[in-house]
Design a protein around this ligand. Structure first.
Ligand SMILES: NC(N)=O
Length: 715
């Protein structure tokens, strides 16, 4: 009997979600951008604002931005797949294996503020430190990361939309990024933060809806105790290979552990090499970047853990229930690998309503992480390709224009790659496990470029390239030796992907360290601190030894162009603007004294190490080694923890961003309702006097238009 599943929802629902919600957010964003440009200091027409959100974002919003960028289709689907395959250890390892990179990234976020506070991309640091060759190598790795991640988002998202609604998969692949590209073009990075916020809140509310349904009220399960009984029975009917007694209720899961290690390696690449995470560090205020990442890590953990411990386990529990879409058959391996256990679980539990809720949460996850990918790639193509190699004298207007074009271009590229994967039969599960081995070699070389002054150019390049070669060789050799043939099935299996991921990351680490230590550098961070710095505008910073045209004039010229005039519509007297100016002055003072961030750096280093070791070693390894199978009481406690965690995450990402900006909202709404707005009284955007100058000491000299060129009026 066939396991093919008829669409549960009409096609119209698929198109409605993909086009309707996509364009709803595009419309909301155009309104938000209009209000932002009219009432705040920040204008989406300014390149700095468009690409870095003026480096002014508070930690709650950074945390929700990190959560949303890191919440992929796979975070919901693949986490449920591993729950379906390995039981409770799947969601645990999915979440724990990919949270620690966010904690660790807090260290890099602090270092980027110390060592290159005004950069736009992490690749700029590499360019100024090492020059053209190394820059090109890391652009390759960065773009490969973005292409893999972005196409994987569409691959997972479209597979589910198509299965649940019958919508054409290629239509879904192209329509999903369309609305996202529109709102990112309209609003830039700050728009993506605002959408990130709203999307993350919706995702968390829908996860809570599923959790409450499954564990408190649903007729088929309805309590942790009933879920426990159903999982015990599933373990008897379909024991899990490599788990203690075949049980779904144990962390003693060999394949679960292997997946955890792959997740750790792969997650390092997809965080450390994705400009999206650097962009959030760059966008944050210097004193709060670390807090944003630590909170983001804590909050993100709740998403795969809460979601897959609910829907992934529900799929296991209900496979034998007539309500399950594949009943009376089990899911086929291709359905499992395509990430369909969560949608099928939702369908069995809650019918059409469950499918619609799942579609919406998946769509939110896919679009908010797509927006992060779009603006990340657009920044790389604008600042690291166009500005460095095509038009070093590009004006801010050119940069904005190119950013817009690149967003649209990459929306097409990500869709094209997703089509290719579809056409050649690669699914979400395969891509998820393989991604890390392709990019892992560059993880430590890139991280060291920002943190270790002893790293050399030879160390950076040889580490990244040898890591790539080692990852590929280990992966393919292991697949051939273990299975005797190279096919999509064998190359996507656990052992080959484990070998490839570990070989890639560890070879990159070892080679970059050994080669650098052979003749260590003593890099002077003032070179990268000078990137885009107004104080060094007329200094003579020369990019790395091999930089394209080791021509100081060109580098200085290009930075000079970077200093764009402030928005001439900027009204210095509005309360929102006064507060924004004050924060900017405080941040400038911190950035001009990198030592002031040393304690924050130590805090990030110690906290991220302690949290990572606890999450990935101290808790799971004793539970693995003891072969413990959960009792009903322990399973209930585990579910209670998952509820508390999701509520905590909602507090961090849903409530904190509103709370920490309460003063802004009061002032902002006051300005809207009293009709105060920005007006121009004759300052031309091109007027050089309007350029805000920060002195080397970090004090802010007011804009030319602050003293009376602009006045506050009643609208
Ligand atoms: N972002 C991940 N690994 O779900």
């Amino acid at each position: 009997m066939s396991s093919a599943v008829q669409p549960i929802l009409p096609q119209g629902v698929g198109y409605g979600v993909v086009i309707g919600i996509g364009f709803f957010f595009a419309l909301v964003m155009s309104g938000v951008s209009y209000l932002q440009n009219r009432y705040t200091k920040y204008s989406t027409k300014m390149s700095e604002e468009f690409n870095t959100a003026s480096r002014s974002v508070k930690p709650g919003l950074i945390a929700s931005g990190v959560v949303s960028a890191w919440t992929w289709a796979a975070t919901l689907l693949q986490s449920s797949t591993v729950a379906y395959e390995y039981g409770v250890s799947g969601p645990f390892w999915y979440a724990a294996g990919a949270t620690v990179q966010i904690f660790m990234f807090s260290v890099l976020a602090c270092k980027v503020k110390q060592n290159a506070p005004r950069c736009h991309t992490f690749l700029e640091i590499i360019y100024y430190r090492y020059g053209t060759l190394t820059h090109l190598v890391f652009i390759f790795f960065a773009l490969m990361t973005n292409i893999l991640v972005a196409s994987q988002l569409l691959l997972g998202g479209s597979a589910v939309v198509t299965t649940l609604t019958g919508m054409n998969v290629y239509a879904a692949v192209f329509l999903i990024p369309l609305g996202v590209a529109v709102y990112v073009v309209l609003g830039g990075l700050r728009a993506t933060f605002l959408c990130d916020y709203s999307h993350t809140v919706v995702v968390m509310i829908i996860i809570l809806y599923f959790m409450f349904s499954v564990y408190t009220s649903n007729d088929l399960i309805g309590s942790p105790g009933k879920m426990y009984d159903l999982l015990v029975r599933a373990g008897e009917l379909r024991p899990v290979d490599g788990n203690q007694n075949g049980s779904y209720l144990t962390l003693k899961s060999n394949y679960g552990l292997i997946f955890g290690v792959i997740q750790l390696c792969s997650g390092m690449g997809t965080v450390f090499l994705d400009q999206g995470y650097w962009q959030r560090a760059i966008a944050s205020r210097p004193t709060t970047a670390v807090r944003g990442y630590i909170m983001g890590g804590f909050a993100w953990y709740a998403i795969p853990f809460g979601f897959a411990t609910t829907l992934g386990l529900a799929a296991v529990a209900l496979t034998d229930n007539p309500a399950y879409p594949t009943y009376p058959n089990n899911m086929t391996s291709s359905q499992v690998s395509a990430g369909l256990s969560a949608p099928f679980g939702a369908a069995a539990l809650l019918g059409k309503h469950g499918c619609i809720a799942l579609l919406i949460t998946l769509f939110m996850a896919v679009t908010s992480s797509s927006s992060s990918e779009l603006i990340a790639v657009s920044s790389i193509l604008t600042f690291d390709v166009y500005k460095v190699y095509i038009k070093p004298s590009a004006s801010p207007k050119d940069l904005i224009f190119v950013s817009h074009i690149m967003i649209c271009f990459f929306a097409l590229v990500m869709a094209a790659f997703a089509c290719i994967w579809n056409a050649i039969g690669i699914d979400l599960g395969w891509l998820f496990l393989v991604m890390g081995l392709l990019i892992g070699g560059a993880v430590f070389p890139a991280a060291f470029a920002v943190t270790w002054k002893g790293q050399t150019r030879a160390g950076a390049v040889s580490g990244a390239l040898s890591g790539l070669a080692a990852g590929l060789i280990a992966w393919l050799v292991e697949a051939k030796v273990h299975f005797g043939e190279l096919t999509i099935a064998t190359t996507g299996a656990s052992y080959p992907t484990l070998a490839g991921n570990m070989a890639g990351v560890l070879t990159g680490l070892i080679v970059t360290t050994v080669v650098s230590l052979a003749r260590p550098d003593n890099f002077d961070w003032s070179v990268t601190r000078d990137i885009n710095a107004p104080s060094s505008l007329y200094g003579d910073v020369v990019p790395g030894p091999n930089a394209a045209g080791t021509d100081a004039t060109r580098a200085v010229e290009s930075r000079a162009e970077e200093l764009e005039p402030k928005d001439p519509n900027h009204n210095a007297n509005l309360p929102t603007v006064v507060d924004e100016e004050k924060e900017e002055a405080e941040d400038a003072a911190v950035l001009d004294n990198p030592q002031s961030l040393q304690r924050t750096f130590m805090f990030a280093l110690i906290l991220s190490t302690v949290l990572s070791v606890t999450m990935d070693f101290i808790i799971p390894i004793p539970m693995f080694l003891s072969h413990y199978i959960y009792s009903k009481g322990f399973f209930t406690f585990y579910i209670v923890i998952s509820f508390i965690w999701v509520f905590g995450a909602f507090g961090l990402c849903g409530i904190l961003p509103i709370w920490e900006t309460r003063r802004f909202w009061r002032e902002f709404l006051g300005e809207i309702f009293t009709g105060k707005k920005k007006v121009v009284t004759g300052v031309s955007p091109a007027d050089p006097k309007a350029v805000s100058e920060k002195s080397a000491s970090g004090s802010v000299t007011p804009n030319a238009n602050q003293g009376g060129g602009v006045e506050e009026i009643k609208g």
